[in-house]
Design a protein around this ligand. Sequence first.
Ligand code: PGA
Length: 241
Amino acid sequence: MTKSDIVRVDMAELIVANWKSNKTRSEVVEWVDSWLNKFPPVALQLTQKQISVAVAPPYPFLDVVQPLASQQALHVAVQDLSPFESGSYTGAVSTRNLQEYQVRYAIVGHSERRQYFHETHQDVAKKVDQALRADLTPIVCLDDEYLQAQAAAISAEQLSHCIVAYEPLESIGSGDPQPPEEVEPVVARVKQVFGPVPVLYGGSVTSSTILDYLPFTDGALVGGASLEVDEFLALVQRATS
Ligand code: PGA
């Protein structure tokens, strides 16, 4: 099975929870317990609709969310990845470090990484390379403004194995999602540039707005609305309706 097959067979839509640097260990334990209690009725609906859900916790809690990886339609993701192989890179988490975890997706190039950690398009391209070498599917976050520049830094072959998350900067964490009619043409542009890859929308998506985006995207990257288990479950449930 090739990597593009992995992306395609697995999902019609993907909803990714990005917890960023939120939560303590006990809060994560509580979230996971509560999710596993409430999830079974939703799991069947997700499978029928071929919708997958991935949870990207802060690194120290990767072990706490591992039980999710054994559930139907659920996956574990990481929020970032080292641009290098394992070795003397203090503070970085390499794909080798992740080998014994069941991680399926790696978010790379989130705008917060670009803004606060000064990541460049080249850095993101290296992370894509590391992810693909380890059979992780990269979720490349970008804004319309640098879509072309980011794509140019990644080889054409590797572009075709990525998932893209279109996240307009002003909509992230603002409570003000970009209107669907403005998102739709950008999604089309991403597909022109990257090829027929899955494209997620991210930026203040909630259970009330998820359905506005699903008709023309392949899912969503969800920050704030994924922190509370009931709101995230409602969002996922709404996606199956
Ligand atoms: P938000 O975050 O849903 O809180 O806007 C999305 C993201 O940054 O991935």
